[in-house]
Design a protein around this ligand. Sequence first.
Ligand SMILES: [Zn+2]
Length: 482
Amino acid sequence: MYTTRLNKRIAILLFALMMLAGLGCARGESPSAAETIAPIIIATDEPEATAVITPIPLPQLKYIFLFIGDGMGYTQIQAASEALAASAREPLSFLDFPVQGSVKTASFDGSVTDSAAAATAVSTGKKTINGYLGLDSAKNRIENIAETLRNTGRRIGILTTVSLDHATPAGFFSHVDSRRSYAAITDDLFASGFNFFAGGGFHSTPDAPERAIENGYTLIHAFEEAPVSTEGNLILSSRLTFGDFGILPAIDGGARTNWLKKATGLAIARLTSPEGFFIMVEGGRVDYFCHYNDAGSFVAELLDMDEAVQSALSFYAEHPQETLILVTADHETGDVTLSEGDRAALLRQTISSDTCDNTLVQECLSAKTSFEAALPLFASAFGLDNLTEVETALLKEAYAKTYFNNSPNNSDEEYGVYEPITTACINLVAARAGIRFGSGGHTGKDVPIYAIGVGSEFFSGNYENTNIHDALLQAVAKYPLV
Ligand SMILES: [Zn+2]
């Protein structure tokens, strides 16, 4: 951890030096190769004291990382940040990036976007109708930034913790009028020619292995299966899936731990080349757990994405004159607000609501475990120490409902989609942490963007999400490869 923080400080120092080196370049003007290599000679009154300082090469934008936390609004980031501080842990890696902005997220047809329209706006620079991917509101196909950069020779990676055909990753390779058109989205993935995909399976493509081979991809299901050679195109469709698709929740740990960081590392290893790369990395489950009001789990997903950002920062420290890192979100989910509370409670939860339903609750039901025997198990899994009488009574009532009214996919309105005892536990964690969810849906709130590196100056201010695409093109034009 110390090394990571040190790398980051070095990276930020290098960024400052690099910006100083680039001051002579007017906006839109690129440095010549001669300028790039010219040494700086400082003459003093003493001839023997003449010093030759090794030049810092002027920047060229070769490597681009775009991190998207799905549903990751300002308050989600603040909650995670304060939970880390309250637990005396290292802060989020991107909070002090030198350039920050604020992004408006409305779609073409509403002030509240879905992930498809948001991904399309970010990737193409055009607002569209919720549910559309890579099409404008009149259903015209629009080239996206990944395709544009692929066409200029860069290598492309698309990484996500949800399924490979989900809206956010699909916004960078697909062109369909429904985010649910999974077969067509998968067709577009195989036709993209992109170099690396990583995610949690496909919704409706049982013939994926054959399709991969037909389209020149090697399809693997675990990191250990990655070919040594970085030649050729690769799809990592992880076996660590959540039901049939999507990577397991980060909070559940185990083999899932640092999956996105490992995927980012594999992308860097495979895509680093003289032609450069564009890597989109989605932390896809912040949204999911905000929809279901599971605060401990959304924070774990956010911290999981931050681990991946740290990999990008380590790369940036080695390539400061060639790398841009952006961290942003597509929209806010859950209308999260923060009040007085013990934010560290968010980090004491160690099980997702889904996994609690599927394991702990089922085990208690099948063993006919009494409330008194079950309580320590739930308290431990959710980090609910020193329960008050009122809290214990709430859990007891919820456990009784779980026990006597158990049915698959319990839809008791009072408790939502999860088993009553699971819902009572996540509600207690949120209450202790001072987190409130105003809804189970998306909101129209602005989201932050954090930028560091070559071209980051284009990302300050308050602007529409379409500007992320436009600013990327401006940055690429200002700092061409030489
Ligand atoms: Zn959502």
